[in-house]
Design a protein around this ligand. Structure first.
Ligand SMILES: CC(C)(COP(=O)(O)OP(=O)(O)OC[C@H]1O[C@@H](n2cnc3c(N)ncnc32)[C@H](O)[C@@H]1OP(=O)(O)O)[C@@H](O)C(=O)NCCC(=O)NCCS
Length: 161
C-alpha cells in the first residue's frame, strides 16, 4: 500500500472542512482518563499495532488522537503525528457506524489540527483505502520505490485457528 500526500493548504481540504460536519457524532480530542478504554477498543476492533500507535498518541500533549462519540459510545478514532511527524493515522470507525460521514469528519478535523500545529502537508502512511483519501481531499500517491517507514517492522506471528 502506498504512502499518500495531502496539501493542507489545498482547496479540497478547505472544502472537506465545510462538508464534513453533517454526522451527529461529536468529534473531539480524547482525554487522558479515556486512554485505556480507547486503546482497548482499537485493539479489539482493529489491531494490536494500531493500539500501540494510539498509545503513542496519548503520550503526547496535546493528545494526538481525536475520537468520535455518540450517546457515550465510542464510534471511531483518528491519530496524527504518531508513527512519524506529519503522518495522519491510524484511523478507524466501528463497522456498524460506517457510511455516516464519521470517517471523513475525523480525517478533516485531524487535518485542520495538523495545519494549526504548523504542518503544510500531511502524509498518510501505508494508506489502505486509497480511493477514500483521493476522493476526500485529492490525496496523491507518493511514487516511492521502497516501502518506507514500515519496511521490516516486527509483527506478531499469525495464530492458526
Ligand atoms: C476508511 C473508514 C475510516 C471510513 O469511515 P466511514 O465513517 O465509513 O467513512 P465516511 O462515512 O465518512 O465516508 C464518506 C465517503 O467515503 C467513501 N468511503 C468510505 N470508505 C471507503 C473506502 N474504504 N474506500 C473508498 N471510499 C470509501 C464513502 O463511500 C463516502 O463517499 P460519498 O461521500 O461519496 O458517499 C472506515 O471504512 C474504516 O474504519 N475502515 C477500516 C479501517 C481503515 O481502513 N482505516 C484507514 C487506514 S489508512
Amino acid at each position: 500500500m502506498p504512502d499518500m500526500l495531502v496539501n493542507l493548504y489545498g482547496s479540497e481540504v478547505s472544502a472537506l472542512a465545510k462538508k464534513a460536519n453533517g454526522n451527529f457524532a461529536t468529534i473531539r480530542p480524547a482525554l487522558p482518563p479515556e486512554m485505556n478504554l480507547v486503546i482497548e477498543w482499537v485493539r479489539e476492533n482493529f489491531s494490536d499495532n494500531w493500539a500501540s500507535e494510539v498509545s503513542v498518541a496519548f503520550s503526547r500533549q496535546p493528545i494526538a488522537c481525536l475520537i468520535a462519540v455518540e450517546n457515550g459510545t465510542l464510534l471511531g478514532f483518528a491519530c496524527y503525528d504518531t508513527t512519524a511527524r506529519g503522518f495522519f493515522g491510524p484511523t478507524g470507525v466501528a463497522e456498524e457506524a460506517r457510511g455516516r460521514g464519521i470517517g471523513l469528519s475525523l480525517f478533516s478535523d485531524c487535518l485542520q489540527t495538523m495545519k494549526t500545529l504548523g504542518h503544510a502537508y500531511a502524509f498518510i502512511g501505508d494508506a489502505g483505502p486509497v480511493d477514500f483519501y483521493k476522493s476526500a481531499v485529492g490525496a496523491i500517491e507518493i511514487p516511492a520505490r521502497d516501502k518506507g517507514i514500515y519496511e521490516g517492522m516486527l509483527r506478531r506471528p499469525k495464530t492458526q485457528s
